[in-house]
Design a protein around this ligand. Sequence first.
Ligand code: PLP
Length: 384
Amino acid sequence: MLKRDIGLNTICTHSGAVEDVVYGGAVSPIYMSTSYDFIDKSTKRYPRYFNTPNQELLAKKIAALEAAEAGLIFSSGMAAISNVMLMALKSGDHAVIQNDIYGGTRNLIESHFKSYGIDYSFTKDLTSKSFKDCIKTNTKLIYIETPSNPMLKLVDIFAIAKLGKSKGILTAIDNTFATPVIQKPITLGVDIVIHSATKYFGGHSDITAGAVASSQKIVDKLWDLAKDFGGNLSDFSVWMLERSMKTLAIRVKAQQKNARKLARFLEKHAAVEAVYYPGLKSHPNHDLAKTQMRGYGAMLSFQLHENYPALSFLKSLILIKPNMSLAGVESTMIMPSKTSHALLSEADRKAQGISDQLIRFSVGIESKKDLIYDIKHALNVCKK
Ligand SMILES: *Cc1c(COP(=O)(O)O)cnc(C)c1O
């Protein structure tokens, strides 16, 4: 590697590649072996020890992207999240959790923490004060996710990191929606960054994976637990993920450029009552977005007028897929009330601003004019 600070796209393409010293091939060879020579070797390699050549080197790429000392690759985003939480929290400890978080994470906490003797509080809202108010003497972790799903609300990352530091509490962030292309929480003082690599890191809707980036000390502690829980990713998927990440920055930048234009288009359309996108001046956290994000991401939500029933709108789309999950190069839309937030009570959904007419839009890399045409056409078809 060059001995200087290298640019984002260079990190994406080159950091952590496994050099092909035998044949000089341009891409990383893939090591599928589950059995490695141990004689005179300082490292005992085994896939579940997270230390095969492909795993170790991809972890370095992710650490480099997040400006972290070290990283670890997991078999899913939830594997990464659960390992981090159970590393940070023991029986008798307490966690402060952002109210508006990914459904799987919420479920992990609400369904299992009690039986492990771990106490938790969900914040009232996303203000820093709300996090501070939840802190107890036994609080060991503050957990955030910004921008949030599906309302794209923001948490002040620097303020939360500072709060954690002042009380000696670990802070962790789910950075899936933003990616390190848009925000690098470690540089703002957060201790642990987590990703569902199933989303933008993979980017092509064909890999499930997770990742963690942090200090060497924390990653060592995490490894100690993770090797026993056994949530490593298969080396074939690790190799696929490394390939996908070479285009992470150019994909995310193209997607967010589209998202910004589509947010403006939707905001002006008579069928749309509200658009939730941090890049719009109307967004309540627009100024915060400017300070902690580089760009505004490629996720947005919008509220359709009642004359345009959300379900028939989705059924009328031709190009944009009404698919679960997000962040692929192809655009997708969902109704959070029927999918990601279907398990919440109607009152809880209402409290979060999630109506039956809300659509979450994961903007892809297609030509902007085709996306606009598709939306206009579907709105015409579904109009009552
Ligand atoms: C999808 C997602 C997860 C869970 O990741 P999996 O790879 O599905 O386990 C966690 N957080 C966010 C924000 C997500 O979008």
